[in-house]
Structures are given as C-alpha cells and as structure tokens.
Design a protein around this ligand. Sequence first.
Ligand code: AMP
Length: 177
Amino acid sequence: MIDFTALIRDVPDFPEPGIVFKDIMPLLADAERLRAVVTALADPWRDASLAAVVGIEARGFLLGTPVAMALGVGFIAVRKAGKLPGPTVQETYGLEYGTDTIEIHADAVSAGDHVLVLDDVLATGGTAAATAALLECLGASVAGFSFLLELGFLDGRARLGDTRIERLVLVDDEAGD
Ligand code: AMP
C-alpha cells in the first residue's frame, strides 16, 4: 500500500494568511507514487463508460491527462477565464472573498456525453460545482468527481449533490490530520 500523504507538503499561509496549501508537487516528482496515484484515480472508473476526463486548471491538468490515458478516453480542459481561444461557455462562482470565472470550449463535449471531473483538491466545492454546471449547460452528464485529496472540514461534497465522488486522501481537520 503506497502512502500518498507522505509527499503532500503543507505550506501554511499560502496563498494568503490562514490557508494551509496542500502542495502535491513532491508527490508528482516521485516516479513510483506518480504512477500509483494515476492508477488509483483511474481504477474506480474503469467500468463507467466515460466519454472523457475533464480536468480543472491547473493541477487537474497534470493528473487528469494521465488518468484519461489510463482509462482510454480523451482529456478536456476547464480553464480560468480568458485562456481558451475558441468560443466558450462561462460560469462565475463565489469564493471566500470575491468571485472566480471558469470556462470550457463550447464544442468540447457532445450532448449525452458521460464525463468524469477531476481535480487535485476538493475544498469548498465551488470550482467542481461550477465545472459540473458548465458541462450540464452543454448537455453532458457528470458521471462523477475524482480528487486526490478532500479537505473534509470544508464539506465541499455538500455542493456536489448526490453525484458519485471518489478521493484518495481525506484530511479531516485544518491542522492537516
Ligand atoms: P474549491 O473550489 O474551494 O473546492 O477549491 C478547489 C480549487 O482550489 C482546486 O482547484 C484546488 O487546486 C484549489 N485549492 C483549494 N484549497 C486548496 C488548498 N488548501 N491547497 C491546495 N489547493 C487548494
């Protein structure tokens, strides 16, 4: 059994005071754990008849692309506003302070596509919920969500309805345990 938490680094007060940032870069830099994490993220979805994996900028790209390859499907990017060149649809959602906007190419999915949404961290759930809203606006259906790490004390899953959620690591309290 591979320990994923050993190489996830806590960075206190980043990017702002009071936030404990979960830095997954040391985990990605370790060849054995990188391979194991991609396999573990892909495994629950092997029989889900997915059309694609949708990764959220930016660490959702790093994990989502190899997971898509492991599942034998394509990868679709959800990006911060202003980065995608083609016609897009946008969703704006609330953060603790202010708002953020994400977008997807309007032709990225087809109506009826069954897709997996993947990101590194589930925190308040706002980003994942906004991604689901974008996909549903284009007629796709969200088969589920997959995260490397869930910050359980923020209860982000409450914003994701009853859609299936898989995650590899649960952090139960703000101290990082
Ligand atoms: P949220 O919308 O609050 O669920 O935040 C999720 C997004 O913010 C993900 O794309 C994460 O990469 C990032 N994020 C939120 N909180 C953290 C954290 N404590 N450490 C690392 N990334 C985080």
